[in-house]
Design a binder for this molecule. Structure first.
Ligand SMILES: Cc1cc2nc3c(=O)[nH]c(=O)nc-3n(C[C@H](O)[C@H](O)[C@H](O)COP(=O)(O)OP(=O)(O)OC[C@H]3O[C@@H](n4cnc5c(N)ncnc54)[C@H](O)[C@@H]3O)c2cc1C
Length: 365
């Protein structure tokens, strides 16, 4: 069996942030596994510049941030194993990995950080399994990584940040027409993104849902949308048919908690954080003392929060393994927690902050 002092599952911003800090604060062998060909997680396909403050990489393109983190981790001696899927976490601090050469390896660890991210939610309606119905993240992967425009006349279902950003990227990639619908009475994402696509002529129809995808030839050719009343019920007689060749679903993300469940971590259901999430303390440590979590898996947020949660987990495992002095670790963790608190403020952040406090409060139950 192979051994590492610290194993990290997932090379997104959370996993890479954790790896950098764990190595920087003295962990001798830090190994990161990721199922993808390259590092960065969601960042790989994010061509747009980040928003927010300079401290949180505003103005940096997502994929560039991923590359910078990878370079920093490698320069600190972190071993990154891509094309490697972790398929099980077992008792006595062991896990199983399918590696890039098609072999199964068993690894032992002293501390484990799970940073597996989140998956896209689906939405069921008549015709939802037709080719041409896909998640917004899948659409973004096709456009930005494989250079394939999956549709030219698009209905985007959902106006959160992902829906708004992917709409803009569809226009940049050559889509002729995009219509955004949103079941809530107001737009879900940041005004800055909504304004950008509105300026480009994209209609955003709030209080609307999709009721059917029509495809007599076996692929999407039309979508039926309908207005919703104040109780979110479809209003009869308001059905409208749109000529589309793609329906993009951007209806939220759910934390990828399977490995945390296998590791026996206690869970809580918190809709503001995306659903079931592992309960953790303010060091990102779960109910299992050697297992830590970070990023979207610990509550769906943003790359900036994922990166800082990863950094926090990285410092915390190094401290738990006795590397930095308690004072040095406390100073670093305090600075990271302050950044996280700032990120979780305002109308979007307050709910996430409350969710996180709820999770941490449950550690003592
Ligand atoms: C369209 C879009 C635009 C966005 N724009 C912004 C933005 O402008 N600013 C911002 O701050 N955030 C943005 N975000 C959000 C941000 O991308 C995520 O919050 C962030 O990537 C989460 O980081 P993470 O490390 O937790 O997970 P991820 O980035 O998802 O990384 C997790 C990694 O773990 C791997 N993995 C999972 N399971 C396994 C396994 N069993 N074995 C091996 N590997 C595994 C995954 O393949 C993945 O590579 C955007 C998201 C989307 C979809």
């Amino acid at each position: 069996m192979r051994e590492a002092e610290v194993i990290i599952i997932g090379a997104g911003p959370a996993g890479l942030g954790a790896a950098v800090e764990a190595a920087k604060y003295g962990c001798g062998s830090v190994v990161v596994f990721d199922e993808n060909r390259s590092c960065g997680g969601q960042l790989i396909k994010q061509l747009h510049k980040f928003f927010g403050s300079a401290e949180h990489q505003a103005g940096v393109r997502g994929f560039v941030l991923g590359q910078k983190l990878e370079e920093e981790a490698l320069s600190l001696g972190v071993r990154i194993m891509t094309n490697s899927v972790v398929w099980g976490v077992f008792r006595e601090n062991k896990l199983g990995v399918f590696t890039s050469d098609g072999k199964v390896q068993q690894w032992g660890f002293k501390k484990l950080i799970i940073a597996t991210g989140a998956m896209e939610n689906a939405l069921a309606f008549s015709g939802w399994t037709l080719p041409g119905v896909m998640g917004a993240g899948a659409c973004q992967t096709m456009m930005n990584m494989h250079r394939v425009l999956p549709g030219k006349r698009v209905l985007m279902v959902g106006s959160g940040n992902v829906g708004l950003i992917v709409t803009y990227q569809l226009l940049q990639a050559g889509a002729e027409q995009v219509t955004v619908i949103e079941a809530a009475p107001s737009i879900g994402g940041y005004g800055v993104h909504a304004a950008k696509i509105a300026r480009a002529g994209v209609p955003i129809l709030c209080s609307h849902t999709i009721t059917e995808a029509i495809g007599p030839n076996g692929y999407v050719e039309k979508a039926v949308i309908q207005k919703l009343d104040e109780q979110w019920q479809p209003i009869p007689g308001t059905e409208t048919e749109l000529d589309v060749d793609m329906i993009c679903l951007s209806v939220g993300l759910s934390p990828l908690v399977e490995l945390a469940r296998l590791a026996q971590c206690r869970m809580a259901y918190l809709p503001t954080l995306g659903g079931y999430v592992p309960i953790h303390d303010q060091n990102m440590r779960t109910s299992e003392p050697d297992v830590y979590v970070a990023g979207d898996l610990a509550g769906v947020e943003e790359a900036s929060t994922a990166l800082d949660e990863g950094r926090l987990a990285g410092v915390a495992v190094a401290e738990a393994l006795g590397h930095p002095s308690a004072d040095a670790a406390e100073a670093e963790k305090g600075a990271i927690r302050l950044r996280l608190r700032n990120l979780r403020s305002g109308s979007y952040g307050d709910k996430r902050q409350a969710g996180k406090e709820n999770l941490m409060g449950r550690m003592s139950e």
